[in-house]
Design a protein around this ligand. Structure first.
Ligand code: HEM
Length: 119
């Protein structure tokens, strides 16, 4: 694992961040087209279990680094996370970054299509 900011450091940082208004989050339906647009490290969204997260502030804290993560921005990382580290509690790790839900009828693009580690 590379030195530098860690997942634990991000848990600490989250303590200083405002909690999302979950009622607003639950009714903020975001289309797949919108999610796919946010695919840059300075503005990166992902889907995890049907919720949309703005992971921009998290990226530099990811213990696996940013190189593998950046190509997957804008996609649904649920399957990839299950394959790579199913022991990691993703929801807890980024809980304050949740911004909405995938709009009904929108089928997310799985990050497995872009996962540099393959199947
Ligand atoms: C917000 C979503 C994610 C969170 C919270 C997260 C969290 C973590 C954590 C806590 C570790 C350390 C696990 C350990 O040491 O046992 C880790 C490692 C790793 N993650 Fe993620 N991860 C996320 C997304 C991803 C994605 C999308 C990829 C896809 C490429 C990925 C690839 C990796 C790899 C390859 C490692 C292993 C690094 C190593 O062994 O040095 N992660 N991640």
């Amino acid at each position: 694992m590379r030195p530098g900011p860690s997942g634990i450091a991000f848990i600490n940082k989250m303590k200083t961040m405002a909690s999302p208004n979950m009622q607003a989050v639950e009714s903020n339906y975001i289309t797949l087209a919108q999610i796919l647009e946010h695919n840059a490290p300075t503005d990166g969204w992902i889907i995890y279990r049907n919720y949309v997260y703005d992971v921009t502030p998290y990226l530099m804290y990811h213990p696996g680094g940013t190189d593998c993560f950046i190509p997957l921005l804008g996609t649904d990382i649920t399957e990839t996370c299950q394959k790579i580290h199913n022991w990691v509690n993703i929801e807890m790790s980024i809980k304050k970054l949740v911004i909405g839900k995938v709009a009904p009828g929108n089928v997310a693009v799985s990050s497995e299509k872009r996962n540099p580690f393959g199947k």
